[in-house]
Design a protein around this ligand. Structure first.
Ligand code: BES
Ligand code: MN
Ligand code: ZN
Length: 479
């Protein structure tokens, strides 16, 4: 992420810098936007104008009645997206002040929008292919009502941590699978553990064999890159409010294995470790955000490739729990690696387990690219995660875990099979399989296959990995 410093002030006298003034619709009296621009205050619309003796650029915030934290976050992003043209700039939000329902969460959203709208992944571009004639920019100044000044500087710090965690997830996701291997992911996790003061345990292939991580090893069987299971541990300074496990699917490339995907289906499959990326990203800032829970983060990392040593359709894997899974489709690999990670979480005594996984295309069909599915055995946990998602601007929709569909994963020869009935409730069948491994823990499964990736450069998103889930977990664990 390009570095961007945010300062908060109460007077707009910043000589020489472009002054953006955010206004919503309907436009308040006294706003003199240049007539030819026909400025309405629509979201991300801009127009030059005057405010007293200041020359300003009006920036639309959309309908005042809809100014929730998502709209405010988008406003921040639309401002950030002008910076390559305008350079260091000022954003005056005092006209919106009365409309913010909760000051600090709105300010966090605004600053998140500014920082995330500025994200891009250009580690692999040569200078010549970077956009031309971009202004240098390194800082923005936000003008707030004076009574908000204290809340604003604290909110800026929180937003900075949320955004840098999200950017870490995006960087991990966007890096090609050629280099973002399980080994490299574990190296990054080790660095994060060191910087953030977390305990870490990494299971290499030998450890995985010794400790019977049969689901993970079964998926890794076709790959030359060895798998890794990772556990990061955060302990708060005081008595923990509870013991939480975060579990992430970390397929660094999903070709489908012997049940090979068609070419279009694997184009974006370097992003199949988005769940693990969100878990690592979340863990990286728990301490800085003073989380009061004890949190273990489990990440199951492997490639899913075909070869002469690959798991074959019809093979049966014995997972760490002892339960056996018949692999009928090697492309339904996420649930296999997650089975072992969930078992480890339960063995370690987690009271609440939340897993994140780009698990099923069926969930994308059901909910599209902007909403994640949530499945759970505990309604309070659902309510908490959904509420955290609302704060984060990451929407979830609950789907059921019907006992009557458990038969969909009945196997002829093993305890279960790794797919349901063709064309029927695929996201649910996957979730029902995961449920077999959570014991009595309170558990929620977030199927983030849709929103883990953005196909457009829009709003707070850059085309590619979104880091979806990171800020939900942070809102849940630290707000
Ligand atoms: N990683 C995919 C799911 C996916 C699809 C994520 C599209 C993001 C975008 C997962 O491993 C997978 O291939 N699932 C199969 C399961 C099926 C074979 C039972 C699917 O959804 O088609
Ligand atoms: Mn797959
Ligand atoms: Zn997958």
């Amino acid at each position: 992420m390009r570095d961007l410093k945010i300062s908060v002030v109460v007077t707009p006298e910043i000589s020489g810098l472009p002054n953006f003034v955010a206004v919503g619709r309907p436009i308040p009296d006294g706003i003199g936007a240049s007539d030819v621009w026909n400025f309405r205050g629509d979201a991300s619309e801009i127009a030059p104008g005057r405010l007293g003796d200041r020359e300003v650029v009006f920036l639309g915030a959309g309908a005042i009645s809809d100014l929730d934290s998502s709209a405010v976050r988008s406003l921040g992003a639309s401002f950030a997206r002008r910076l390559p043209k305008f350079g260091n700039s000022v954003l005056d939000i005092r006209y919106l002040a009365d409309q913010f329902d909760e000051v600090s969460s709105s300010l966090v959203a605004l600053f998140e929008g500014i920082l995330l709208g500025n994200y891009r992944y250009d580690a692999l571009r040569s200078k010549a292919s970077l956009p031309e004639n971009e202004a240098d920019f390194s800082s923005v100044t936000v003008v707030v009502p004076s009574e908000w000044l204290d809340a604003a500087s604290n909110s800026a710090n929180v937003a900075k941590l949320h955004a840098s965690a999200t950017a870490l997830a995006r960087d991990l996701i966007n890096e090609p699978a050629k280099t973002m291997t399980p080994t490299r992911f574990a190296d990054v996790a080790t660095e994060v553990a060191e910087t953030a003061g977390l305990a870490i345990r990494v299971w290499d292939e030998e450890d995985a064999k010794r400790e019977r991580l049969g689901g993970l090893l079964g998926v890794a069987a076709g790959s030359e890159q060895p798998p890794r299971m990772i556990r990061l541990t955060y302990r708060p300074s005081g008595t923990p409010l509870g013991k939480v496990a975060l579990v992430g699917k970390g397929i660094t490339f999903d070709s489908g294995g012997l049940s090979l995907k068609p070419p279009g289906g694997m184009e974006a499959m370097k992003t199949d470790m988005s769940g693990a990326a969100a878990v690592l990203a979340t863990m990286s800032v728990l301490g800085a955000l003073d989380c009061q829970f004890e949190v273990n983060g489990y990440m199951a990392l492997t490639e899913n490739l075909p070869s002469g040593t690959a798991t074959k359709p019809g093979d049966v894997l014995t997972t760490r729990s002892g339960k056996t899974i018949e692999v009928l489709n090697t492309d339904a690999e996420g649930r296999l690696v997650l089975s072992d990670a969930l078992t480890l979480a339960v063995e370690d005594g987690a009271e609440q387990v939340v897993d994140l996984a780009t698990l099923t295309g069926a969930c994308v069909v059901a909910l599209g690219g902007e909403i994640a599915g949530i499945f759970s055995n505990d309604e309070t946990l659902v309510a908490d995660i959904v509420a955290a998602g609302e704060i984060a601007g990451e929407p979830y929709w609950q789907l059921p875990l019907p006992k009557r569909y458990r038969k969909h994963i009945d196997s002829e020869i093993a305890d279960m099979k790794n797919m349901g009935e063709p064309g029927a409730a695929g996201a649910i069948a996957a979730a029902l399989l995961l449920q077999e491994f959570v014991g009595d823990a309170k558990w929620a499964h977030l199927d983030i296959a849709g929103p883990s990736r953005s196909n457009k450069d829009v709003d707070i998103f850059a085309k590619g990995g979104t880091g979806f889930g990171t800020r939900t977990l942070l809102a849940w664990l630290t707000d």
